[in-house]
Write a new protein. Structure first.
Length: 278
């Protein structure tokens, strides 16, 4: 019975099933990299430098003789880790500020919204570039900087829902029952704003992966020899004419992963939108 219901649900939501399938496959492949990868990511096969894809090296080797497939798997762990942590930071900050802004209104709301406006005046990617330029390029710095510069949209979204929810009867009943403000915010209002936050978080992972890849491609992100999809692209551009697989496979990994999260996020948005329900 459960199997039939699940099959019927996935059949009606093909885009959701496709996006979820891509995300699960890429995530499992990255998490199980030590078990799946045929070679350690940094071991050099000096007799197989720039070898094209073959039986021994599925995605070929780079200019140091390292297996590209193994580096893709380990690089996926970096990209997904950055995406999840950065989004976790931005969602936490944005949700908290949105709840406070929408519930208390007046001066608190004005202060937080003006801060959001100031942050939105700066293009996010160039702001990240400027901050990273003054810090040592590292995985921790990348995750924190991306998280601290991408919470504004979440704040606006949660604030709008909170402004509406605070006027509902169940919130008035909670006040009359003597519930404290933190209890009202986190027990009664927060669960009702989680759906749009979940959608934003899903789409945010895709954005964070793109930003990390861009920073690594520019040499400001994850530093070699640690593999990431961005720095693999950077290394591949040097030999793109004689070894195109060095750029093709990392590019496809980024494309497929970002596509999966975007499909998943858009399908969740359609599922949670009451206007699209028949």
């Amino acid at each position: 019975m459960i199997y039939k219901s699940l099959k019927r649900f996935l059949g009606k939501n093909f885009i959701f099933a496709l996006g979820l399938g891509i995300v699960l496959v890429m995530s499992i492949a990255a998490l199980c990299a030590p078990l799946i990868a045929p070679y350690p990511p940094n071991i050099e096969h000096l007799n197989n430098i720039l070898e094209p894809p073959s039986i021994n090296f599925i995605c070929g080797t780079d200019r140091l003789g390292r297996d590209v497939f193994s580096r893709l798997l380990y690089g996926g762990r970096i990209s997904l880790w950055v995406g999840f942590v950065a989004v976790g930071i931005s969602i936490s900050i944005g949700t908290f500020l949105g709840l406070v802004s929408g519930y208390f209104r007046k001066y608190v709301d004005e202060t937080i919204m003006r801060l959001v406006d100031v942050m939105l005046c700066f293009p996010s990617f160039f702001l990240i570039l400027a901050v990273i330029a003054f810090l040592e390029p590292s995985l921790a710095n990348i995750m924190v900087v991306i998280g601290l510069t991408s919470w504004m949209g979440v704040t606006r979204l949660v604030r709008a829902d909170t402004l509406s929810l605070r006027e509902r009867d169940f919130i008035a009943s909670a006040r009359l029952a003597g519930c404290s403000t933190p209890r009202i915010l986190f027990r009664h209002i927060l669960p009702n704003v989680l759906a749009p936050v979940l959608i934003t978080a899903t789409l945010g992972v895709a954005g964070a992966i793109l930003i990390e890849s861009s920073l690594s491609f520019l040499g400001l992100g994850v530093q070699p020899p640690t593999p990431s999809w961005g720095n693999m692209l950077m290394e591949g551009k040097v030999a793109i004419e004689i070894a195109p697989w060095l750029s093709i496979f990392p590019g496809l990994a980024i494309l497929i992963t970002v596509l999966g999260y975007n499909l998943l996020g858009e399908s969740l948005r359609d599922m949670f939108d009451p206007r699209l329900k028949s």
